[in-house]
Write a protein that binds this ligand. Structure first.
Ligand code: IMP
Length: 184
């Protein structure tokens, strides 16, 4: 394996472990949605890498749509969630599975869940690659969780810090000095 990016303190979840877990999630979801068409809603931008791998691990029929929400400024949540891009299709009567990169305070997904519920999907569940359970400010439980992770700022496999590091093929802990360093 190539050495980690110089801004990475340590690799928390290596590429092969992510691949194995995403495969297992795909099998679990395919079993649960047998005979149904699942509508995957990817939450931009962080979920793009996870969504594209998960999509290929799901064997039941599915479609995808995308939403873009924003609450983060640098390394912390502003507490105010904004919808930057809405879905293109109606989800009324559909079996919807929201695909997220990470749940932290829960504010983003709680906002999304409440917003999507008003559109009358037949079912609505959440799948997140990472879950920082100890940071929750609002009760929110994802049905499908890839990994429970500690309260550290993570990047890679779609997750960013000021739009950087999304391309790293693993999930890593960003060096403290990089977090406190000059904002790009
Ligand atoms: P929440 O609203 O606090 O649950 O935050 C959800 C969003 O915050 C995620 O979709 C990410 O975009 C971002 N986020 C939370 N924790 C991290 C992290 O450790 N690294 C990168 N982004 C994060």
């Amino acid at each position: 394996m190539s050495s980690p990016h110089p801004d990475i303190e340590k690799i928390l979840i290596p590429t092969d472990q992510i691949g194995a877990r995403v495969g297992a999630l795909g099998r679990e979801i395919s079993k649960d949605y047998q005979g149904k068409v699942v509508t995957l809603i990817g939450v931009l931008k962080g979920s793009i890498v996870f969504l594209s791998d998960l999509l290929r691990a799901i064997t039941v029929d599915c479609s995808i749509d995308l939403m873009c929400l924003s609450s983060y400024e640098g390394d912390r949540s502003s507490g105010v969630v904004r919808m930057v891009l809405d879905l293109r299709e109606s989800i009324e009567g559909k079996d919807v599975l929201v695909v997220e990169d990470i749940v932290d305070t829960g504010l983003t997904l709680a906002y999304l869940r409440d917003n999507l519920k008003t559109r009358k999907p037949r079912s609505l569940e959440i799948c997140t690659l990472l879950d920082k359970t100890e940071c929750r400010q609002i009760p929110l439980q994802a049905k499908y969780v890839g990994f429970k992770v500690p309260n550290q700022f993570l990047v890679g496999y779609g997750l960013d810090y000021n739009e950087q590091y999304r391309n790293l093929p693993y999930v890593g802990v960003l060096k403290e000095e990089r977090l406190n360093g000059p904002r790009v």
